[in-house]
Design a protein around this ligand. Structure first.
Ligand code: NAD
Length: 491
């Protein structure tokens, strides 16, 4: 089922390497290993960084005229679309996303990101600036240029194994940098498929290198002196380690981390819409979504009605194998995640929460967890505070607007928030009080290549997507040209 054009080992300078060991890739729908890929060892890390450094310095990518680079990224977008069936199947097998969602949501979105950044390639330019120097005639011509950061390490998780690498790679390529991508060990094949398609579209070898491998490969990459920028997406715990490592080497670092995003349902909300949006916000990709709005705060006047409708509709969701076209929720990524979620659920129940639906794993052999609804979850419980990365809705009532806002902000995270109300004044004044990088009003989970995405607080530093995502990979250089007939002298 793995297309022949997908490399099955470290991809460095356009060549497949054997790697130092092997990595088994299993399907979460049945637990069976379906592929074995070569995994990078320390020599591969060094080789990949050196290949990217060489590609940066010999200008094999950033030296190509902008409109041609734009065309290459556009062709890469088309290549993704042309292979949507194979990519969708690969994603479904690697991490358990329903194949229909992978093929018809993740792949087209990733292609759109490449299209968007293709459009920005020719926009990378600087400014001409006036100057003011005490006691000196300001006859200087000063301009800025934007220089791509030198080698960037891109480290990604497994939950959107095509999209998250593309967010980083597309922005980095638009900026003109060269990269080493380290995908999650659970989903290396999709990233390897991506580099094959990029190179088939005309990205020169060595500009995007891919190192399948475990956490140690990511750590070695961050520590490598040739890496000048780290763009990391993953858990907040690992993000702290990456930031510390970046601090040691004084590398630029961008962190897209976890979340525990709230959905605030006010008394004046359209309840039917709020229920629909919250269902998607909790259960899409089985809750394995960084921006999942799984902490639902409902005004006490709507609380019972919301719980009744939400639970009834959650009960109708179909859990099954990722390749089954009727599946709404696929499996979780690994067996151990079932235990993690169960511990949070049990702790919540012991702490006074009520389980209205689910609350247990489903029979295997895959790693399935029942869509779950927990009501009356108090804010000190771990299910309220921590990212569960599973299909668990945590529902809590509130009485006043200030209490709703305080509850929404009462976790260490700040990735996203949803607000459901019919009143514009309330919607906008409440959203201004929410510490969240994204606020959705009367909707949830929406994203676009054109709109910056990222977190506040423990959800991260910096932004991906939009113009802001490109800026992360650019540095500014100021150039001064003296225009004086007789240049000023100082000594
Ligand atoms: P993870 O943090 O365990 O791993 C992410 C990546 O980092 C993997 O490739 C891993 O091998 C690598 N890694 C692990 N230790 C490392 C180290 N010390 N140095 C460098 N690299 C290291 O996360 P995961 O379980 O793969 O993914 C789930 C997490 O990702 C969730 O917390 C989720 O919220 C987060 N996420 C965030 C966003 C966002 O945009 N904010 C998007 C998707 C996922």
């Amino acid at each position: 089922m793995i297309p022949v054009w997908v490399p099955d080992g470290p991809w460095i300078d356009g060549v497949r390497h054997a790697g130092a060991m092997t990595l088994d890739v299993a399907s979460p729908s049945d637990g069976a290993v379906f592929a074995t890929v070569g995994a990078a060892g320390p020599p591969d890390v060094h080789r990949a960084v050196t290949a990217a450094e060489t590609a940066f310095h010999d200008r094999r990518w950033r030296g190509i005229p902008v409109l041609e680079r734009q065309r290459v990224l556009g062709r890469a977008a088309e290549a993704l679309r042309a292979h949507d069936g194979e990519l969708g199947r690969l994603i479904a097998h690697e991490m358990g996303m329903p194949e229909t969602a992978a093929r018809y949501v993740e792949v087209p979105y990733a292609a759109g990101v490449l299209d968007y950044y293709a459009g920005l390639v020719a926009s990378v330019g600087g400014e001409t600036l006036p100057v003011d120097i005490p006691g000196v005639d300001p006859a200087f011509h000063v301009f800025t240029t934007r220089r791509p950061v030198e080698v960037a390490a891109l480290i990604t998780p497994w939950n959107f194994p095509l999209l998250l690498p593309v967010w980083k790679v597309a922005a980095a390529l638009a900026a003109g940098t060269a990269v080493v991508l380290k995908p999650a060990p659970e989903a290396p094949l999709t990233a390897l498929a991506l580099v094959a398609l990029l190179e088939s579209a005309g990205v020169p070898p060595g500009v995007v290198n891919v190192l399948p491998g475990g956490d140690d490969v990511g750590a070695a990459l961050c520590a490598h002196p040739g890496v000048r920028h780290i763009s990391f997406t993953g858990s907040t715990a690992v993000g702290r380690e990456v930031a510390a490592q970046a601090g040691q080497g004084l590398k630029r670092v961008q962190l897209e981390l976890g979340g525990k995003s709230p959905a605030l349902v006010f008394a004046d909300a359209d309840l039917d819409n709020a229920v629909s949006q919250c269902l998607f916000g909790v259960y899409f990709n089985s809750g394995q979504v960084c921006q999942a709005a799984s902490r639902i705060l409902v005004h006490q006047s709507q609380y019972d009605a919301f719980l009744e409708q939400f639970t009834a509709r959650a009960q109708a969701l179909r859990v099954g194998a990722a390749t089954d076209p009727d599946t709404d929720l696929g499996p979780l990524v690994r067996a151990s995640q079932l235990t993690v979620i169960q511990d949070h659920v049990d702790h919540a129940l012991a702490g006074g929460a009520r389980c209205l639906l689910g609350g247990h794993p489903l029979p295997g052999p895959g790693y399935f967890y029942a869509p779950t609804v927990l009501a009356d979850v108090s804010p000190e419980l771990s299910a309220f505070q921590e990212e569960l990365f599973g299909p668990v809705a945590v529902v809590t009532p509130f009485a006043t607007d200030p209490e709703g806002v305080a509850l929404a902000n009462a976790t260490p995270y700040g990735l996203a928030a949803a607000v459901f109300t019919r009143h514009l004044r309330r919607a906008l004044s409440i959203s201004g009080e929410l510490a969240a990088g994204t606020v959705w009003i009367n909707t949830s989970q929406m994203q676009s290549p054109t709109v910056p995405f990222g977190g506040m607080k423990a959800s991260g530093w910096g932004r991906e997507l939009g113009r802001a995502g490109l800026e992360e990979f650019l540095d500014t250089q100021a150039t001064w040209i003296d225009l004086h007939e007789a240049p000023p002298t100082y000594f």
